[in-house]
Each structure stands twice: as C-alpha cells, then as structure tokens.
Design a protein around this ligand. Structure first.
Ligand code: SF4
Length: 495
C-alpha cells in the first residue's frame, strides 16, 4: 500500500484554500508559530472520544504500536474485520491514497455502522463534510455502511450520580447528508490531488476564506504585504465589509473616506486613528463614576467548562467557578487590599468558592466587574445550586457595576483599542506599562485549560507552579481594573 496523500484534516484544509493545502504539504516551515494559547488548547486532554467508546463496549483498538504508522493501522483494521471483530475503535481505511480514521465501527445484524465522536454540542457543516469524506473512503474500500452517525454531547444532560453515557451523548445519523455530499467529496479529492501533484503554488489572494471555517495558520506568509494599521485591524466589523474597503484601495484605516457604510462605532475608531487622539466624553465618564463610588471592590472570576460534567447537578460545558481575585479600596487615597481564592483541583470547587467570596465581599461597597455577564451568570448558577445563600448572593448581584460600560458606550475611546472594549485591548491602550505578555498564563482560556489539566498533574512542583501562575494571572486582571478605573477618575478631575 502506498502512503496516503490526503487525510481528513488535509482534505478539509484543501476545501478551505488550495494554497493552504499546498503550503502545508511542501512549505510547512512557513506555518505561523503556534501561540501559547493555541498550544494549551491543542494539548488539552480530551477524554470524550474514549468515553464514547463505552457506548459500544468490548471493542478492539486498531491503533498500531507506533501511532503514526497509518499503513499498519489500515492493515490492523483489515485483519480485525476479517477475523470477525464486531466493534473496532480507531478503524483506519485508505482509498486512492486518501486516509480516514473512524472513531468507532460496529457490526450489528451483519450490517456495518460508523460513528464519529465530536466533543461539541452541535453539528457543524465541517463535521458533515468530515463524515462525508469518511463515508466515501470507507465504502470505496469495500465496507458497505448501513449508517454513519455523529456522536455529540447532549447539552441538556444533568449529572445525577455516575455519568449516564446514554444521557450524555446524542447519536445523530448523518447518512442523508453524507450521501448527498459524495459528488462534492469526489470533486474535491480530485482537485486537492491535482493541487498536491502540481509543482507550482496555487495563486490564491487573501480573502474571507482565510478566516472561515478556521483562521488559517499561513496568514504570516500570505498577509505580510498587508500594512500595519490596515482596515482589517478594525474589530467588530464583518469581514465582507472590510474586504470591500480593502479591494476598493483603502488599505489603512486613515485612508477610509468620511462617507462610508461602516457603523457608528467603527467610525469613532476611524476618527480616533485620523486625529491620533483619544475621544473622551467627560460628562458621560462622570455619570458612570457617580455609580461607582467608594468603597470599591474590583472582582474577577475564572471558570472552567468540563465537557463531561464532573460534579452533581452540573451540565456539559457549564461554567464552574474555581478562582477569583478581589482588590478592595476603602476610599480614593486608601491602600489597595487584595483577596484571592483558588480551589483545590481535586474536589467540587463551587461551595468553597462561594463561601469565601461571600465572606471577602461582606463589607459594604460597589463591586466592579469587567463585562458583567459571566460573573452574573456564575452567581445566578450558584444561587440555584446553593439556595441557602440566595439572599447573600442577591446582595452581591445588586452591588455589581460593569466597568466595561464607559468603553462599550464609547465614552472613552483610545485608537489603540481597535474598536474593541475587551480588557485585553483597553488595558494596553490606557495603561501600557501593565501587560499580560510576560505571564505564562495570559488569558482566561489558558487559565481554564491549566486548571482542568491540574486535576491530572502528578508532579507536585509543576502543580504548585501552575497554581502560582493562575494566581498571578487573575490578580493582574483585577489590578488592571484598578488602573483603568484610575484613568477614568483622571478624566473628570478638572470638570
Ligand atoms: S492565509 Fe488565506 S490565502 Fe493564504 S493559505 Fe491561508 S487561507 Fe489561503
């Protein structure tokens, strides 16, 4: 058997962009450096696939000793089928140098059924194409499938005792879609094969396809002629609108004419870039500050979202709070105090989190949060889980004020915010001396994965190091809020 040329992932890459497929095959070194955030996501332990295998117990895994030896995987699968094995995990097939590895293959009443596991709660168009390719490879290699299904997570499942696999997973047949896509698969396999077999790079211009369905990992290569301060730096605007401007010749934000089709917020950004100045509505900032009077708490939560519920009465992907940071200032000139909590990773963190939080916020005072939605949802969720604390939780909810408001409403706009009001954009614009860039954990999603992985960490020193990094990160989040608040206070000093 010849080595495969296309796999599921390269087939999907070719569907997104033939140049991406070509570069991946021949110039992999041009691929963008993987960010620490992406690395953390890739390394995330995913036990969903292994758990789903238990829906079909007693199977045999076709994975060879050397995992990368795909020819051996195909050979193992063939032998298992021939020897009468009826449940095969990681079943590998190859047809016309296209490789497909299926999560679970099952024989029932002499008919074959294919199952692909996704840790998502929804079926996306990419999953349907992925299943369609699997169907094409498997059936063309001689195994006729009675059905092909996706196994996804049921987001309505609530854990009650041991995990109930039949409740946790939903099995959806996608045979109809797979059959309807067979011609498309054939055409795209042929097209991708010709891309790979042609010695020159396809001439593909940058476009919306660079972002959809995934952000391409060759943007550093293809986008290098896009100037800094380009129109693409305006966040919150549809890519179609930005490409329309770019293709009309407006390459940078300052070239965009005053008469344009962009919305009010994008135009505030354009105006700030052109004037190279902040745009501040002092009266609006002052109105906000009237709601945020001392004493003040600055509060931030970190949560993780296990796909498989770990604790009683929780759902898949529910936000489980495991950490908070609180800065407290009695009045404008008093010292800043700091409180923090980081849960024990080996037990349900919710009650300990809540009890400590209520204690640390029992003093009177407005509680500032940045982008209130998550903190509010977490507290409302805890209220349901622990109704005995409902009135105290309601008290904290009623004291919460959202520090994002003056930025969201453009009462204070700095051109470096790039039309975004995320704290990751607002902080460097307003307080450039503070930065997340030197932190090992520098974003909420990395913190989430770091805590989830701590549960499996056996090296005590590594675990302690991760815990210190988590504390440092969350503390910076609330310290950043303190500094941002001081900038707002500075605005109204001379009103
Ligand atoms: S950056 Fe865009 S044009 Fe370049 S390979 Fe990726 S998708 Fe294709």
């Amino acid at each position: 058997m010849e080595k495969h040329i296309l796999s599921k992932s390269t087939f999907l890459r070719g569907l997104q962009c033939s140049k991406s497929l070509y570069l991946y095959k021949y110039f992999i070194q041009k691929r963008d450096v993987v960010s620490p955030e992406q690395k953390a996501i890739f390394n995330r332990g995913n036990n969903v696939g292994v758990l789903a295998q238990k829906l079909f117990p007693g199977g045999v895994d076709a994975t060879p000793e050397k995992r990368s030896n795909n020819i051996a995987a195909v050979e193992n699968t063939r032998k298992l089928i021939e020897s009468g094995v009826e449940v095969i995990y990681e079943a590998a097939f190859q047809f016309n140098q296209v490789l497909a590895i299926l999560d679970i293959l099952v024989k029932k009443d002499n008919e074959w059924y294919a199952y692909e596991v996704k840790s998502s709660t929804k079926i996306s168009p990419v999953y349907l194409l992925d299943a369609s390719l699997q169907y094409w490879v498997i059936t063309n290699s001689g195994i006729q499938l009675k059905d092909i299904s996706l196994i996804i997570i049921n987001n309505q499942y609530v854990r009650n005792g041991d995990v109930d696999l039949k409740g946790l997973f939903s099995i959806k047949s996608v045979l109809k879609e797979a059959l309807a896509n067979q011609n498309l698969v054939q055409e795209n396999v042929d097209r991708s094969m010709s891309v790979v077999n042609t010695p020159s790079e396809p001439d593909v211009k940058i476009g919306e396809h660079c972002f959809s369905p995934y952000s391409c990992d060759f943007m550093g290569n293809c986008w290098k002629s896009v100037p800094s301060n380009s129109v693409f730096e305006i966040t919150g605007v549809k890519k179609t609108e930005l490409f329309a401007l770019y293709n009309k010749g407006y390459k940078t934000v300052d070239q965009i004419p005053a008469e344009n089709e962009l919305d009010k917020n994008a135009n505030i950004h354009i105006q700030a870039i052109k004037s190279k100045k902040e745009i501040i509505d002092k009266a609006a900032v002052a109105t906000f500050l009237k709601k945020a009077t001392y004493p003040l708490f600055f509060m931030d939560f970190e949560t993780f979202m296990p796909a498989v519920p770990l604790y009683e009465k929780t759902k898949p992907y529910q936000h489980i709070p495991f950490q908070y940071s609180l800065h407290y200032k009695k009045d404008k000139n008093s010292n800043l105090e700091h409180f923090e909590f980081l849960a024990d990773e080996h037990s349900d963190p919710r009650k300990a989190f809540l009890e400590r939080l209520l204690k640390d916020t029992e003093l009177e005072g407005i509680i500032l949060v940045y982008d209130i939605l998550m903190e509010r949802n977490v507290l409302n969720g805890l209220k349901k889980d622990f109704p005995e604390f409902a009135s105290e939780i309601d008290n904290r909810l009623s004291r919460m004020v959202d520090l994002v408001q003056p930025f969201q409403e453009r009462a204070y706009y700095h051109p470096d915010m790039k039309n975004s009001f995320s704290i990751k954009n607002v902080l460097p614009a307003l307080v450039p001396e503070l930065s997340y860039s030197n932190l090992k954990i520098g974003s909420g999603s990395v913190a989430m994965i770091a805590f989830e992985n701590l549960r499996k960490e056996s090296d005590m020193f590594r675990a302690l190091e991760t815990r210190e990094q988590l504390l440092e990160y969350c503390k910076l989040d609330t310290f950043a809020m303190v500094k941002i608040f001081e900038v707002l206070e500075g605005v109204v000093v001379n009103i």
